[in-house]
Design a protein around this ligand. Structure first.
Ligand code: 7TS
Length: 401
């Protein structure tokens, strides 16, 4: 990977050459090709899809539907298994609201984990409360990992849904998901996989994994904000009811009766996020042109480099030194993560602090929050140096008090 060439594709990095942007797990920066694609839609077309009976609208519809095709290929799905949503949170909620509220019954069991982002397990907590079903959590091992054996310990014939993360946004661990999906299917359960932190960083093949649903956001994979994807197996999407009603998703409407379009359109109510869908497709093509395997290896290399340096600094706790991805969660002993983060900002090092919308795992770690650095394709060894220097500066600064 030619990192300097890659960095040159990102306007934010061109105009802030001394910035160490280490918050890509929250949001990735955008390359020119994505910004240009969004700009091009507004300048050249800027009209609605699916409804105009004129050339510009046909062109906009073609671009929008071609984007669905590109994104489907990116995760090895079919065109009609891709639902456009507002983001991963909306996708995860859609599965719970539609599938969960229709097919979960009193006494059923839903399995989730303490590693989930709130958007993955909270929608199922709601379904379980409404339906008098039981929400069970996979016990984590001593490092905070989900293991296949621990999953087996909570799986029963009553399990109907498994809502689980592919990669933890706090610990960066990769879930042994293929075995878990196989075991879930053996008892007839479906698996809703949260791919928000996996799809931008590794090849995710929904056919190979055999997951039933996969949710992710565009903005974490160099795409625009306000767009996400719900992949669902066609036979499941077809039997699920819509949760929003109105424009574009309706087929025929009478005073007391209504029918809907087929999936995915029955889940896409109103004017969609046209420019964001087009931009997201360009982002997928951009990442493919670099290679997701190369990106994953690069992030992992930088993460290890940084962890080795952090280990040399006394008074630093790294919670996930052995994770397989590009995420480091750590704390400066005795310093509140939000206080520490403000010193990083002075050093032009962008990291995130807090519970990362995953309170169960931060509580499991025995802390109120962590500092989190996350690497992506545009980060360099120089960024690692700046990061380690900022950790030392923060430690020295708070050491005075
Ligand atoms: N699932 C995971 C694993 C996530 O990391 C996030 C966002 C979401 C779901 C929700 O995505 P959204 O696009 O709908 O917000 N995670 C983070 C984070 O770690 N820092 O900021 C957002």
């Amino acid at each position: 990977m030619d990192i300097l060439k890659i960095r040159n594709d990102f306007p934010v990095l061109r105009s802030n050459s001394n910035l160490a942007y280490l918050d890509s797990a929250a949001m990735a920066l955008k390359p020119d090709c994505v910004i240009d694609a969004v700009d091009d839609y507004y300048r050249r077309l800027g009209v609605n899809v699916h409804r105009g009976v004129y050339g510009l609208s046909y062109q906009a519809t073609d671009l929008y539907e071609e984007a669905r095709e590109v994104i489907a290929k990116f995760i090895h799905a079919s065109f009609d298994e891709i639902v456009f949503t507002r983001g991963a949170s909306a996708s995860l909620n859609l599965v719970a609201q539609s599938y969960g509220m229709s097919f979960i019954e009193e006494g059923d069991e839903v399995i989730t984990t303490p590693l989930e982002h709130h958007s993955s397990h909270m929608p199922w907590m709601n379904v379980c409360k409404m339906k008098k079903a039981t929400l069970k959590y996979v016990p984590l091992d001593k490092d905070g990992r989900i293991t296949v054996d621990a999953f087996k310990s909570v799986l029963t014939k009553k399990t109907k849904v498994v809502a689980i993360t592919h990669v933890s946004n706090v610990m960066g661990y990769i879930t042994p998901i293929k075995e878990i999906i196989q075991l879930a299917h053996e008892v007839g359960a479906i698996v809703s996989l949260d791919g928000a932190q996996s799809v931008p960083h590794m090849v995710v093949d929904v056919k190979d994994l055999d997951c039933d649903f996969l949710s992710f956001s565009g903005h974490k994979l160099c795409g625009p904000t306000g767009i996400g994807i719900l992949y669902g197996k066609k036979e499941l999407l077809e039997k699920m009811p819509p949760v929003e009603f109105g424009g574009d998703m309706a087929d025929t409407v009478y005073e007391q009766e209504m029918t809907f379009k087929n999936s995915p359109y029955k889940f896409e109510t109103g004017t969609p996020m046209i420019s964001s869908a087009i931009g997201l497709a360009r982002a997928c093509e951009y990442l493919n042109s670099i290679g997701l395997d190369n990106i994953g290896k690069h992030e992992y290399y930088l993460k290890n480099l940084a962890v080795e340096e952090l280990k040399k600094i006394p008074g630093i706790t790294v919670y996930n030194p052995d994770c397989e991805t590009g995420i480091i969660s750590f704390n400066i002993d005795g310093v509140h993560p939000h206080d520490a983060a403000s010193v990083f900002d002075n050093d032009k090092v962008c990291i995130r602090a807090g519970h990362h919308c995953a309170q169960l795992i931060t509580r499991h770690l025995g802390t109120i929050g962590t500092l989190r650095a996350s690497f992506y394709l545009y980060n360099t060894e120089e960024d690692v140096k700046e990061f380690v220097k900022a950790v030392k500066d923060a430690k020295d600064f708070f050491g005075q008090f």
